[in-house]
Design a protein around this ligand. Sequence first.
Ligand code: NAD
Ligand code: MG
Length: 302
Amino acid sequence: MSETNDSDQTTVQNPVDQHESISPPEQHQDPPGLDSEMTPTADLGEESYTGADRLAGRRALITGADSGIGAAVAIAFAREGADVALAYTPAEQSDAERIAGLVRDAGRTAVLLPGDLLDRDYRNGLVDRAATELGGLDILVNNAGKQVAVETLEELTDEQVEQTFDINIVAMYALSRAALKHLPAGGAIINTTSIQAYEPSPTLLDYAATKAAINAFTKGLAQQLAERGIRVNAVAPGPIWTPLQVSGGQPKEALPEFGKSTPLGRAGQPAELAPAYVFLASAESSYVLGETLNVNGGMPAP
Ligand code: NAD
Ligand code: MG
């Protein structure tokens, strides 16, 4: 784990150095990449997140739950009292098993559901499988994402554009639709969007467009589901140190400076995202619908 202050997430600290300002060496993994092979490894809140029964007895499906932001959310949800189904690709089995172990250490059930969201059979069956294994479903976190930087539009293939859209946004329609069979009043859908929705990088034309679409999907669906008592919201991270970034998400020359241009002057750690998801999943946010909660080190966002 990177140098970090291990006191729990509610102890007041100076956010400038609550987590170390990392300068990661240039590195590359084939996507989706492994959390265990990052230098430095990320802080998922393993040593720090302290729960307070905010999600006692609830059941959550989290996509991309093996690593990065999704893994930090899985750990936090379990420590808040929720049982968790983790979706991820088969290549990420080792990362997923570590997170499942942490969920079980918290005394909660962890269900492992590996598969590829580009595979229609897997995608269409995922939510029902999670609900069957967990005995119901209260929370869906649509967090899986593909981000591959490409220098020019000429080099950006239709195949990449279609896959990025399929994984990042088209899957959200299918998973959210399937979840409606299970989510009770009081249920929540939380989508992961990005600062890229508002400040698109010139090298992320496909990715940034999916993230803007996620914001619009979130705001529209929130209105549609409000009267059923199901709240839909999104979290928009800024630069967060995760495997996505070392597996093509950034040009590798950019990694040593990753996150340094934010007002806080450092990249965020996945552990710093988890409380936003806990808030949006819990009854504490009962009057918050269609919101995008920016967690980005201070970059101005709407
Ligand atoms: P991550 O690599 O840890 O998580 C992304 C996950 O997506 C992977 O673990 C993988 O399980 C899943 N995934 C990718 N392709 C898949 C496929 N074909 N089928 C099934 N699952 C697949 O990285 P992360 O940064 O924690 O990403 C989580 C979310 O956060 C993504 O939606 C990403 O766009 C978003 N986000 C990240 C940042 C950042 O700086 N890291 C910033 C803004 C938004
Ligand atoms: Mg992963």
